[in-house]
Design a protein around this ligand. Structure first.
Ligand code: ZN
Ligand code: ZN
Length: 459
């Protein structure tokens, strides 16, 4: 099944990445020493200090200045930087172009695994998964022995910047494409929070807003469509026009990126759509930060068939049937466009397994970029060690990891597979429609620095 061969250059690249991760981890450990979990803070610290000209909120060990005007943070799901570059070259995204030339454009890293939930939660908490606890869309809960979706806020270990600002009196609104993210993003948020997917069901009691379809003026979109993301932007513009939130968080879906490569007509049309709404938000006076939860790459061979490495089948043949339990954290109820195939997997193994030996053996398998023990993965990827299994496996750029061939229904894949989850999808855009000032130019930014930069380093 595997169609992509490993090569020494790629493996060398993997160790370079690992060295980089070690350096970043040290930076993070240094930063963490100054961190105070929000639960331990005096509540009054979460309220703006009025004695200063620029009030400051402390959330999860980081400080955020009160916004000087309406501030919008956008997470474009699956936004490999090349989508923007290609759309700029095609001349269809003048506002993106303006952001890059007259505002600020960085290439940042997302958190690993490069999936939707961990990264959205990192962005809205300003922390890596080791702190907020959301390490996948899906995980094996060792407390209950169940494999479950990671959508429930009970798994969230820290508060969000959004809720902290709302508590301190800011008008906060959140619009997400898929409903799976809504309860996590809206955790303890006193404000507006709804999904495009269930916009018709939004109520004042549950979402802080009713009659959303009427407000937005668009029909309820299909969950598998570009319109689902357009609805998010259209709602954002209508909210900005009608309620003018101080802080607005918009999160789209990567349906288009899973299907179309950068520069493809449908991809350019999708970015052109976003561009018109971003321009309208900008014209309404919003300061905009735009980043992504992860990138996106082709995961198929020249014949269009997916390059899948079936890890459960491999471990079954090495250790015995079902001795290992492979978990794919990309799994969610919306698998049609990726068949639950991504470039990151976890495995729980029987006690007594030689973990170091197994990791070494896996590392030598063509298509695997990196295999790590639990301790290594927790350290290098800043993941919660109690939620990630005994080993973590990352596949190469054009390879995905499955469980068993028999368990994946790929009949819904109507386009050659594109997906994410690995180190190869870690680079994401971090753009602003204004100049970012007074920052360390040598610093390597993460997508979860978006709130820090937009609130503390603009204006
Ligand atoms: Zn995503
Ligand atoms: Zn995706």
């Amino acid at each position: 099944m595997l169609r992509t061969a490993s090569c020494p250059a790629m493996l060398a690249g993997g160790s370079r990445i690992l060295r980089g991760l070690r350096r970043k981890q040290l930076d993070y450990e240094h930063a963490q020493k100054r961190m105070v979990p929000i639960e331990q803070e005096n509540l009054s610290e979460r309220h703006p200090m009025t004695t200063q000209s620029s009030p400051v909120l402390h959330v999860n060990g980081r400080s955020y200045r009160w916004m000087s005007g309406p501030t919008v943070v956008v997470c474009v799901d699956g936004c490999e930087y090349d989508y923007i570059t290609a759309a700029v070259q095609a001349g269809v995204v003048p506002y993106f172009q303006e952001m890059i030339t007259s505002g600020t454009a960085y290439v940042a890293d997302c958190v690993m695994p490069s999936f939707t939930n961990p990264n959205n939660l990192s962005i809205v908490t300003g922390t890596p998964p080791a702190v907020h606890g959301i390490c996948g869309n899906y995980f094996y809960d060792p407390d209950t022995g169940q494999e479950v979706m990671m959508n429930d806020p009970t798994y969230l270990r820290t508060g969000t910047i959004l809720a902290a600002f709302a508590d301190a009196g800011a008008k906060v609104a959140v619009v997400t494409a898929k409903d799976k993210l809504r309860t996590l993003l809206g955790h303890k948020l006193v404000g507006v929070c709804f999904s495009a997917e269930k916009a018709d069901q939004a109520s004042l009691a549950e979402n802080g807003i009713a009659n959303v379809l009427e407000l937005v003026g668009l029909p309820l979109p299909s969950v598998y469509s570009a319109e689902l993301s357009e609805f998010v932007f259209a709602a954002g513009v209508k909210l900005m026009e009608s309620r003018r939130p101080d802080l607005l968080y918009l999160s789209t879906t990567d349906y288009i990126q899973h299907k179309a490569a950068p520069g493809a007509a449908t991809a350019n049309a999708f970015y052109a759509m976003m561009d018109t709404y971003l321009a309208r938000l900008g014209a309404l006076g919003a300061t905009i930060a735009l980043t992504a939860d992860h990138g996106m790459n082709a995961k198929h061979g020249p014949d269009g068939q997916p390059n899948v490495l079936y890890l459960q089948d491999m471990l079954d043949s090495w250790l015995g049937a079902d001795a290992a339990r492979v978990i794919l954290p990309i799994t969610d109820p919306y698998v049609v466009h990726h068949g639950a195939l991504g470039s990151f997997a976890l495995a729980y193994l029987p006690s007594g397994t030689d973990m170091a030996g197994l990791v070494q053996r896996l590392s030598a398998v063509p298509g695997i970029a990196l295999a790590l023990t639990r301790a290594e993965a927790a350290k290098h990827f800043e993941l919660p060690a109690d939620r990630i299994g005994d080993i973590a496996v990352v596949s190469e750029r054009h390879v995905v990891i499955g469980t068993s061939a028999a368990r994946h229904d790929l009949s819904g894949l109507d386009a050659p597979l594109r997906s994410h989850g690995g180190l190869s999808e870690q680079q994401v855009p971090l753009l602003f429609n204004r100049k970012v000032t007074a920052v360390d130019r040598a610093r390597h930014w993460r997508n979860f620095d978006a709130f820090d930069l937009v609130l503390n380093h603009i204006g």
